[in-house]
Ligand binder design. Structure first.
Ligand SMILES: Nc1nc2c(ncn2[C@@H]2O[C@H](COP(=O)(O)OP(=O)(O)O)[C@@H](O)[C@H]2O)c(=O)[nH]1
Ligand SMILES: [Mg+2]
Length: 228
């Protein structure tokens, strides 16, 4: 989704980075409400149904960089299975949502994670893709709560996801923060990937402690190129 000439790895203040974000999770956890709270700071208490797939854009600034977030919302993937691949393709950030008053929606996060890994073709491993797990409806009374923050933290640790938060689309608590955290995670991973790439292309810039592994690598590179 991010054009090459727009890639700024979280550094530029002048350019706009376009990021495609998908929100996945069981029906009823508040995906559409989270999106409309973030986009227009609005909460609609009566049920409305997402028809198929839709996306909305919002421009936001995170750490001095301008981002246009293209947020994709969907309803009943079961009914729209043929849309899965185009829906997931080119995703930069994946939000996995559940509701804290619905234990089964929390248990299904694993299924949504696997579905995304499969259909979006994430190959580099969970740690290298910006996932954020969002426990929505944090405003519910403690007697209605079925998932604790500790369980969220533990699940994320077990599944190697470093970014998670509880939100309330109803009260707006942590909604902007959730999107900012997700973008920040994306920027951190981009920067890390860029560094790794630079190391590959310019091994001279790497300081090695002990051993001569890099000079060995250089020799291999040079001999390969000199044979061309
Ligand atoms: N208490 C509470 N209810 C919410 C919250 N977010 C959404 N809801 C309600 O949960 C229901 C489902 O929300 P919706 O956004 O349509 O869920 P979706 O199917 O995941 O898109 C609606 O009745 C919302 O009013 C929240 O943060 N707190
Ligand atoms: Mg919806």
């Amino acid at each position: 989704m991010v054009e090459d000439n727009e890639r700024e790895y979280g550094r530029s203040v002048n350019k706009n980075v376009l990021l495609k974000i998908v929100i996945l999770g069981d029906g009823g956890v508040g995906k559409s409400c989270l999106m409309s709270r973030f986009i227009s700071n609005h909460f609609d208490d009566h049920n409305f149904h997402t028809i198929g797939v839709e996306f909305m854009n919002k421009t936001t600034e995170v750490n001095g960089t301008q981002y246009t977030l293209q947020i994709w919302d969907t309803a009943g993937q079961e009914r729209f299975k043929s849309l899965r691949t185009p829906f997931y393709r080119g995703t930069d950030i994946c939000i996995l949502a559940y509701a804290v008053d619905d234990r089964s929606s929390f248990q299904n996060i694993k299924m949504w994670l696997n579905e995304f890994l499969h259909y979006a073709g994430v190959k580099n491993g969970i740690e290298k893709f910006p996932f954020i797990v969002v426990g929505n409806k944090s405003d519910v009374s403690s007697k209605d709560r079925e998932v604790t923050y500790d369980q969220l933290r533990q699940w994320c640790e077990d599944n190697k996801i470093g970014t998670y938060i509880e939100t309330s689309a109803k009260t707006a608590n942590n909604v902007v923060e959730a999107f900012s955290m997700a973008v920040q995670r994306w920027a951190d991973l981009e920067q890390k990937a860029e560094k790794e790439l630079r190391m590959l292309h310019h091994p001279d810039t790497v300081t090695l402690q002990g051993g001569n592994t890099m000079s060995g690598l250089r020799a291999t590179c040079c001999s390969r190129f000199s044979n061309v």
